[in-house]
Design a protein around this ligand. Structure first.
Ligand SMILES: Cc1cc2nc3c(=O)[nH]c(=O)nc-3n(C[C@H](O)[C@H](O)[C@H](O)COP(=O)(O)OP(=O)(O)OC[C@H]3O[C@@H](n4cnc5c(N)ncnc54)[C@H](O)[C@@H]3O)c2cc1C
Length: 465
C-alpha cells in the first residue's frame, strides 16, 4: 500500500469544503500545531486539519482515503508515543471539538473527541458527578479511554472504558456510526481497549458516578531506604483492599517546588498515593494503614476536593519535556522484584523520573477478559517506568535506564504492557493486546481494511474479512 503525500487538488478540496482550519507546512501556525506533549517527537505531517464538527471530520477522512494517505488522530495530544502526529500523514486534530454535556436525569455525560479530563471534571463537578478519568487533568479523554484508562476510582468503578456507554465514530469509509452494546457491538467491543485503530471517535457517552465534592487523599512519603519494607506491606494490602480504596506505590524524588518543604527537595521516596471513592471519614479509616508503614518523611494526607486531586500532578509533566515510558503487568510482586524496583529507583539518571506501581483488582477484575478488547483483567499490579527529563543531551542515558529496568523486570511480567504507556517497538505492539489480538484484527479488517488509522498501537487487519 503506497503512502502518497497530498496533491495540490486534495489540499484545495480540504480548504474549500472545510469549516475549520487547514494548516499546510508553510502556514505560520503549522510549527506549533505539530508539537505534542512529548518533546522527543518531531514529525512533519502533510497537513494538519482542525475540524469544527463531524462534517469536517468526514471531509478529512474522505480526502485522506481518496489520496491514500494515512490519518493521524489527535485527541488531547498526550499520547506518550506521540502518535497524534506523523510524517506525511493527514492529521485530524480535534482540539476544536472539546465540549462536554451533562445529562443529569440519565446520569450520563457526552464528551467530544478533543476534550481533556479537566474539561470533563469542570462540567460534572457542579452536579457531584464524576466520570472515571486519569490522574492528570490535561490528558485527553479520547486516547486514555480507547486504551483503557486508569484513575483514582478504578477499583470502585473500573477502567474508564468500563464506564463507556456509546460512541460516535467516523469510520475509514467516511460513515458515521454509533457503537454501543446494541449497535455495532463488535466496534464497541474493540473501542474499549483497542486504541485509535477503528476510526475517528467524535464523541463518547459515559455513565457518571456520584462522588465528592471532597474526597480523602492518601499522600504518605517514606524514605527510599525503607522502600523494600514499605512495598512488601503495600503489596499485601492494596489489591485486596475495599473497592473504594485505590492506593498506588510511587517511587520518585520530592519535586523542588514551594508546596514541598525545602529541606526535602530532591529526596528519593516511596510514596503511598491513593484516594477513597466514598465519604471522607470512611476514607480516612480505610487508608490509615498506608500511613503507618514506617516513619513518613512527609504526610500530605487529608480531605481534598476531587477536582484538586485530579490536577495535583499536572505541573510535574509539562508539555515539551522529554519522556520515555514503558510498563509491565505483574502477576505478583515478590521480594526479588521489589529489590530490583528499589535498586533502579536509586539509579534513576533523572530525579524527575517516576515509578508508579498501580494497584488493580476490585472492579477491574469484575469484567471478564473477553468482554472488552482490554483483556488484561487479572494481574494485581501495573508497573510503569516513566522516564522524564528536560535536556536532549540526556536522552541516551535516560532511555537506556528505562530499557534496562524494563528488561530486568521482564521475568516478573505477564508479558503484556499497557498500550497507553508503550513506546511501540514491535514487541510492545504484540504484547499490548494479548489474548484479544486475533479478534481485534478481524474487527479492524471490517472497519479499516486499508489500515488508514495506523499511527497508534497498531492492529493489522486480518486477511479474512
Ligand atoms: C502526563 C500524563 C499522564 C497520564 N496519566 C494517565 C492516567 O492516569 N491513566 C491512564 O490510563 N493513562 C494515563 N496517561 C496515558 C494516556 O492514557 C495516553 O497518553 C493517551 O493516549 C492520551 O490520550 P490523548 O487523547 O491525550 O492522546 P493523543 O496523543 O491525542 O492520542 C493518542 C492516540 O489515541 C488515538 N486517538 C486520540 N484521540 C482519538 C479520537 N478522538 N478518535 C480515535 N482515536 C483517537 C490516536 O491513535 C492517537 O495516536 C497519561 C499520559 C500522560 C502524558
Amino acid at each position: 500500500m503506497g503512502t502518497n503525500v497530498l496533491a495540490e487538488a486534495d489540499l484545495e478540496r480540504l480548504e474549500t469544503e472545510f469549516r475549520g482550519t487547514v494548516l499546510r507546512p508553510d502556514d505560520p501556525a503549522y510549527e506549533s500545531a505539530r508539537e505534542v506533549w512529548n518533546g522527543m517527537i518531531d514529525e512533519r505531517p502533510a497537513v494538519i486539519t482542525r475540524p469544527t464538527g463531524v462534517a469536517d471530520v468526514r471531509i478529512a477522512v474522505d480526502v485522506a482515503g481518496d489520496a491514500d494517505v494515512p490519518i493521524a488522530v489527535r485527541g488531547g495530544g498526550h499520547g506518550v508515543a506521540g502518535t497524534a502526529v506523523a510524517d506525511d500523514s493527514l492529521v485530524v486534530d480535534l482540539s476544536g471539538m472539546a465540549s462536554v454535556f451533562v445529562n443529569r436525569e440519565e446520569g450520563t455525560v457526552r464528551v467530544q473527541g478533543g476534550a481533556t479530563w479537566g474539561d470533563v471534571d469542570h462540567e460534572t463537578r457542579p452536579y457531584g458527578l464524576v466520570v472515571p478519568g486519569g490522574v492528570v487533568s490535561t490528558t485527553g479523554v479520547a486516547g486514555l479511554t480507547l486504551g483503557g484508562g486508569y484513575g483514582w476510582t478504578r477499583r470502585k468503578w473500573g477502567l474508564t472504558c468500563d464506564s463507556l456507554r456509546s460512541t460516535e465514530v467516523v469510520t475509514a469509509d467516511g460513515d458515521v456510526v454509533t457503537a454501543s452494546a446494541t449497535e455495532h457491538e463488535d466496534l464497541f467491543w474493540a473501542l474499549r481497549g483497542g486504541g485509535g485503530n477503528f476510526g475517528v471517535v467524535t464523541s463518547f457517552e459515559f455513565d457518571a458516578h456520584e462522588l465528592g465534592p471532597e474526597v480523602y487523599l492518601c499522600g504518605a512519603l517514606y524514605p527510599l531506604d525503607d522502600g523494600e519494607a514499605v512495598l512488601r506491606a503495600w503489596r499485601e494490602f492494596a489489591p485486596d483492599a475495599p473497592e473504594a480504596v485505590t492506593v498506588d506505590a510511587v517511587l520518585w524524588s520530592v519535586p523542588a517546588e514551594p508546596t514541598f518543604p525545602e529541606d526535602l527537595h530532591g529526596e528519593p521516596f516511596v510514596g503511598m498515593m491513593g484516594m477513597y471513592a466514598g465519604p471522607v471519614e470512611e476514607g480516612e479509616k480505610a487508608l490509615a494503614p498506608m500511613r503507618e508503614l514506617a516513619t513518613p518523611m512527609l504526610d500530605m494526607s487529608g480531605p481534598m476536593p476531587y477536582v484538586a486531586v485530579q490536577s495535583m500532578l499536572d505541573a510535574e509533566f509539562p508539555n515539551g519535556d522529554r519522556y520515555y515510558w514503558k510498563s509491565h503487568y505483574l502477576p505478583e510482586l515478590d521480594d526479588e522484584a521489589i529489590a530490583t524496583v528499589v535498586d533502579y529507583a536509586r539509579e534513576r539518571p533523572s530525579p524527575r523520573s517516576t515509578i508508579p506501581i498501580r494497584s488493580r483488582g476490585g472492579a477491574i477484575a469484575d469484567v471478564a477478559p473477553g468482554a472488552t478488547a482490554f483483556g488484561e483483567r487479572t494481574a494485581p499490579f501495573l508497573l510503569s517506568i516513566d522516564g522524564t527529563w528536560s535536556d536532549p543531551a540526556d536522552d541516551e542515558e535516560n532511555v537506556e535506564w528505562v530499557q534496562s529496568f524494563w528488561d530486568a523486570m521482564e521475568p516478573h511480567s505477564t508479558g503484556e504492557e499497557y498500550a497507553n504507556f508503550a513506546m511501540f517497538d514491535a514487541e510492545a505492539e504484540r504484547a499490548s493486546f494479548g489474548r484479544n489480538a486475533e479478534r481485534l484484527a478481524a474487527v479492524k479488517a471490517r472497519y479499516d481494511p486499508q489500515n488508514r488509522f495506523r499511527h497508534n498501537a497498531n492492529v493489522r487487519p486480518s486477511a479474512a474479512t
